[in-house]
Design a protein around this ligand. Sequence first.
Ligand code: NAP
Length: 275
Amino acid sequence: MKTLYAVFGDPVEHSLSPVMHNAAFAALGMDCEYHKFRVTKDDLKDAILGAKAMGFGGLNLTIPLKEKALRLVEPDPLAEAVGAVNTIEFRGNGLVGHNTDGIGAVNALKSAGIVIPHSIVLILGAGGAARAVAYQLASNGARITIANRTPERAAKLAANVSSVGRAVGTGLENLHRLVEQSHIIINTTSVGMHPDTDQTLVTGDMLQTAQVIFDLVYSPLQTRLLKEANKAGAITVDGIKMLVLQGVESFRIWTGIDPPVDIMERAVRDVLGKQ
Ligand code: NAP
């Protein structure tokens, strides 16, 4: 009998997770299928227990369910620290919560040949994605500055991340100087995302050739930030890499199998290219 997997979210229509996981199952000849379900916060507990009762192989969670899930499963130490669960593993009788977003981000940088220990990283934003990215990078030995429109959120996140590595928080007022001092600049804000695609916090004139620009936004695929960074000769990493590599990590947690990364990435890029 087929093993089912799913992502729960609200809204969830635009999730690309089914595309990439089904591409991997097909390539590996596994009798599995991945679906998306709209689940509200109020129904999350019932939905998770229902999936477990029906023998699902595993779950992903997206907006706005990641934080609430912390109280419904046993989070691993990373998910607990980040304060959000995006992957649920049905282990024996237990429900184990993981967070693979930060691992996806770090592996996206590593796959572009970027060395993380001792690097000076500027993270723009202090929301959910920033939390996962900051914890993982700090644990990997990066020295982090978190710059956010609301400086208090940046300061709070930096204080939390300081339990695993070096991090300071600030506002956006000294962005020129912060960009100049950084090896790696990561946009974790929604600035530049569809429909406001002409927006960017960092412009090409602020960048140097040896710098790495990583934009988590993947709609559009080539954001204004990435276009300007390319023109400035910087090394660029787009949001699809992270999206795919967090999915790869979830797949490994559920199945113990290394999925075909290239096939998953191509499936996602094909769909986005047609939009
Ligand atoms: P979130 O929790 O809502 O955080 C949004 C962040 O953006 C906050 O720091 C917010 O600052 C900042 N922001 C929003 N509008 C801004 C503006 N006009 N100027 C300056 N800062 C602004 O969202 P999230 O879940 O972290 O997601 C953020 C982005 O990352 C989205 O585009 C999402 O699609 C993308 N993402 C990509 C991946 C991937 O796999 N590639 C994974 C997760 C998320 P304040 O604190 O001041 O409000």
